[in-house]
Design a protein around this ligand. Structure first.
Ligand SMILES: Cc1cc2nc3c(=O)[nH]c(=O)nc-3n(C[C@H](O)[C@H](O)[C@H](O)COP(=O)(O)OP(=O)(O)OC[C@H]3O[C@@H](n4cnc5c(N)ncnc54)[C@H](O)[C@@H]3O)c2cc1C
Length: 315
């Protein structure tokens, strides 16, 4: 481990930041053993939850459901199901929600998803669910219908209410062409629709997070805004993430990483950078860290160890 250990804020006085991880279902069956080895190492860190991504268009619907069911049945961790709606009909999305609820999932991250970039003529389904806000409402409608149809479901729902998280974008969402101010307004609407908390897109400067939270609070957002962080250990990953999200990594960080040809040195430098960033947002009041793992446990766990948030049972 490279960064000097911080006093453990997870057990420090009354503040106990949350820890959570994002996992992506394995794309191919032969990737499953590595995926589960990583998942077990992350679960051993006793995160508050693990979220499981879901491709726009639902291409990985079955694997996503399998991963969630296995986490539910075989681990103590709380799984959060990402759910996208772009391009899907209301009926399809309702069916997916029903399947998730049936398998015991009670926590969701409601997302629009991105329209396919390689299909210029693509049009959303006319009877579709077009935004995360419509999806938040649909999740509640499907749950309410189940509760009305079955008193057992109603009691289970009362004992374990649905939790619906949403995404938010501290520097605007380049993919959707929005500014920070538009995303603040959008978060107010997501909260009004029934969102329980928000998870941010990754960012590289603490001020991106703190300025956004300040603007959101001023606009009336009261739900927790969880800081999404990427361990910045690989320049290749940072460039790929920029392609996917439009969030540009700092030129200086990229140059520093590029100048280190030894992967171990890159790892140490990248962890030191993300530990500093994570400490700054925690010190500024972030309720916790949501780590974008890209299915790698070592960078995620080293980041948490650096900020003193690694549970003692972790491998
Ligand atoms: C934490 C996190 C996890 C993610 N996980 C996934 C995943 O698992 N799978 C995946 O495919 N993608 C994922 N994404 C990416 C996400 O789906 C895209 O970034 C998408 O473009 C935005 O999603 P949203 O939920 O904010 O959409 P929405 O809130 O629906 O907004 C999308 C955009 O549409 C426009 N818009 C739509 N309706 C309105 C309206 N009524 N008024 C004004 N503007 C409107 C706005 O410009 C808005 O910014 C994730 C992103 C984050 C931050």
């Amino acid at each position: 481990m490279v960064a000097e250990a911080h006093p453990n804020p997870r057990h420090n006085g009354h503040r106990r930041p949350t820890v959570s991880f994002e996992l992506m279902p394995p794309r191919r069956p032969d990737a499953a053993p590595n995926f589960w080895e990583t998942a077990q190492k992350l679960v051993a860190a006793r995160p508050d939850f693990v979220s499981v991504t879901y491709g726009a268009g639902g291409g990985d619907r079955a694997t996503s459901q399998q991963v969630l069911s296995t986490l539910l049945a075989g681990t103590p961790v709380l799984p959060v199901a990402h759910l996208t709606c772009v391009g899907a009909s209301r009926e399809d999305v309702s069916e997916v929600i029903g399947d998730f609820l049936e398998s015991g999932v009670r926590s969701f991250l409601a997302l629009r998803g991105d329209p396919p970039r390689d299909q210029p003529d693509w049009r959303p389904a006319s009877d579709g669910i077009h935004s995360s806000i419509e999806l938040v409402r649909l999740l509640r409608q499907v749950e309410n219908a189940r509760c009305e149809a079955d008193p057992g479901a109603a009691l289970r729902g009362a004992a374990r209410p649905l939790t619906i998280a949403v995404a938010t974008f501290p520097t605007g969402n380049p993919g959707a062409g929005t500014t920070r101010e538009q995303e603040v307004r959008r978060l107010v609407e997501k909260q009004e629709a029934g969102a329980s908390f928000a998870i941010t897109q990754l960012f590289y400067e603490a001020s991106a997070y703190t300025d956004f939270v300040a603007a959101a609070r001023a606009a009336g957002v009261t739900i927790p805004i969880l800081a999404g962080v990427l361990p910045t250990t690989e320049p290749r990953r940072l460039r790929r993430v920029e392609e996917l999200t439009g969030v540009t990594p700092p030129t200086r960080l990229l140059a520093e990483l590029d100048n280190l040809d030894d992967p171990e040195a890159q790892h140490a430098h990248g962890i030191a950078y993300s530990v500093r960033l994570a400490r700054e947002v925690l010190d500024a009041g972030a309720p916790g860290l949501h780590v974008y793992t890209f299915n790698k446990h070592r960078p995620a766990l080293d980041l948490l160890e650096g900020v003193g948030l690694l549970a003692r049972t972790a491998a």
